[in-house]
Design a protein around this ligand. Structure first.
Ligand code: NAP
Ligand code: BLA
Length: 324
């Protein structure tokens, strides 16, 4: 069988993981890469057998490419995915699909009309923590509450896309996995409220820190609290995911998990976060070459993005926003 010819937009961490995955799989071959700076593109081409191009517009229109991986900054995901689908390529986008919900919806429609794959990577779903949560959920009875907090302190924040209002996007859209873990477990929402604060770098669109807190009320009645924070305002890192049911609680702190019930506390091992991009890449190739189902549908990502968009509205108005 003819191997799939791959183009990569981006030269950072995700792009490298994709290139490693493609290189290790006979069903696909690396052809072109592009990025933000000539030096990084050159470095990438020195590390992988791949040809550098000057722009993503050039890359997505290369006749010979079958499959494009979009691994660049969030602001550009939507435009690149649209252009790649217009050029009739299969497309994989690192989450978020787009920062704007309506653009993301248009991308999914275009993929359907072109009969091409649009896959949004959501490695959090295939990671050890989420799998352990899912496996143990039946042991805690009826769930009524959840809390998911990730705080990443950072000393000496430099101007980078991850600390830029437009390039990174609204925190819960950018870090969409925070919402997506919850919608994957608990389904649809009734309402959302949200507060979001930035600590700005004066006279720029960069920030030094952000703190975003949302309360999601699910249709089932589950109340979930989501907190995302990063930057130099924080002094203590935090990654806690708790789910509370009427028969017990599941508490994960970092990579350590426990199930707490009446008289017992049971440790739950969580496997490491390594290898997830490789897994995702393999599943994309399984889908394209053998029609094996993927682990996530673009529509599920779109729903999480809708919740993020409504949270953004809630944070602007201070109001409770209805989700349907
Ligand atoms: P990264 O290592 O910082 O790489 C970012 C890429 O974007 C680099 O090629 C960088 O090129 C380029 N870039 C930086 N500033 C730019 C600008 N102003 N205009 C155009 N391009 C610019 O980031 P990453 O971790 O690979 O993340 C890439 C995407 O994957 C993001 O959407 C992220 O949300 C998503 N994602 C990442 C992970 C993860 O584990 N890392 C997990 C899930 C999703 P230069 O270095 O030349 O500037
Ligand atoms: C998610 N990791 C992300 C995202 C970014 C980074 C930008 C998407 C936005 C978000 O959800 O916050 C960037 N992650 C980093 C960087 C480091 C990091 C720069 O850990 C520096 C060490 N990602 C990695 C590494 C691992 C990793 C080294 O870069 C683990 C070995 C895993 N990142 C990882 C996973 C996610 C993620 C599993 C999905 C988010 C989730 O699990 O909820």
């Amino acid at each position: 069988m003819k191997s799939l010819k791959v183009g990569i937009v981006g030269t950072g961490y995700a792009a490298k993981k994709r290139a490693e995955g493609i290189l290790a799989d006979k069903r696909a071959e690396l052809v072109y890469v592009t990025g933000n700076s000539p030096e990084k593109i050159q470095d990438f081409c020195q590390n992988f057998p791949i040809t550098g191009l000057d722009s993503w517009q050039q890359l997505v229109n290369k006749e010979e490419l079958d499959l494009i991986f979009v691994c660049t900054i969030n602001r550009d995901h939507g435009a690149i995915a649209l252009a790649a689908l217009e050029a009739s390529k299969h497309v994989v986008v690192e989450y978020p699909l787009a920062l704007d919900f309506s653009v993301a919806a248009a991308i999914i429609s275009l993929a359907a009309s072109k009969n091409k794959l649009i896959h949004v990577e959501h490695i959090e779903l295939i990671g050890g923590l989420h799998q352990a949560m899912k496996q143990n959920l039946p042991d805690i009875g009826n769930v009524f509450a959840a809390r998911y907090i990730t705080i990443a302190p950072q000393r000496e924040v430099r101007p980078s896309w991850k600390y830029h209002r437009e390039m990174f996007g609204f925190p819960l859209a950018a870090a969409l996995s925070r919402i997506h873990r919850l919608t994957d477990l608990f389904g649809e929402l009734d309402t959302v409220t949200c507060h979001n604060r930035y600590w700005d770098v004066p006279n720029t669109n960069y920030f030094r820190s952000c703190l975003c807190n949302a309360q999601l009320l699910f249709a089932s009645g589950i109340i979930a609290d989501v907190t995302y924070g990063k930057g130099d305002i924080f002094w203590h890192g935090h990654r806690t995911f708790e789910i509370h049911g009427d028969q017990g609680s599941l508490i994960f702190e970092g990579q350590k998990g426990k199930l707490i019930r009446d008289q017992e506390i049971i440790e739950i091992p969580v496997v490491s976060r390594r290898g997830l991009f490789a897994k995702d890449t393999t599943m994309v190739l399984d889908y394209l070459t053998a029609n094996k189902p993927l682990y996530v549908k673009a529509e599920a990502s779109l729903y999480a993005l809708k919740v993020a968009e409504l949270a953004r509205q809630a944070s602007k108005t201070g109001q409770v926003v209805q989700c349907n």
